[in-house]
Ligand binder design. Structure first.
Ligand SMILES: [Cu+2]
Length: 119
């Protein structure tokens, strides 16, 4: 009888732990919602809106093999990132003030704009 109680209690504890306490570990992902495809001479999307005062991660996926598309430059942040072909590359941006921030490839064939807004 005692054994049954102990087993029952153990089961309850296990159920509580499993359903209420156990959390699947967060899946770490480099891919943000802000995904920009680099292809056919344009960034897509070429204009993005993000909230101010928050660090942002942009993900670039380059599908254009031309060497010029390889680099994305954020002049205001003194930031340039090399994009490998067909690979998602995360570009981390610091918290920004509201405003417009351009980004482009080395020769400014590809052009995009980040609009940072107060929320
Ligand atoms: Cu270019």
């Amino acid at each position: 009888m005692l054994l049954v109680n102990v087993l029952g209690l153990g089961l309850i504890v296990w159920i509580v732990w499993w359903f209420w306490l156990y959390k699947t570990p967060p899946v770490s992902t480099e891919i943000s919602d802000l995904v920009i495809t680099v292809a056919d001479g344009i960034y897509q999307p070429a204009s993005l809106r993000v909230p101010a005062n928050q660090a942002q991660t942009l993900t670039f996926i380059r599908k254009d093999a031309s060497p010029c598309a390889e680099t994305v430059v954020f002049p205001e942040f003194d930031l340039s990132e090399t994009l490998s072909l067909e690979k998602a590359v995360a570009v981390r941006l610091p918290p920004m003030k509201a405003g417009h921030y351009a980004f482009h490839c080395q020769m400014q064939m590809y052009k995009g704009e980040l609009t940072v807004e107060e929320v």
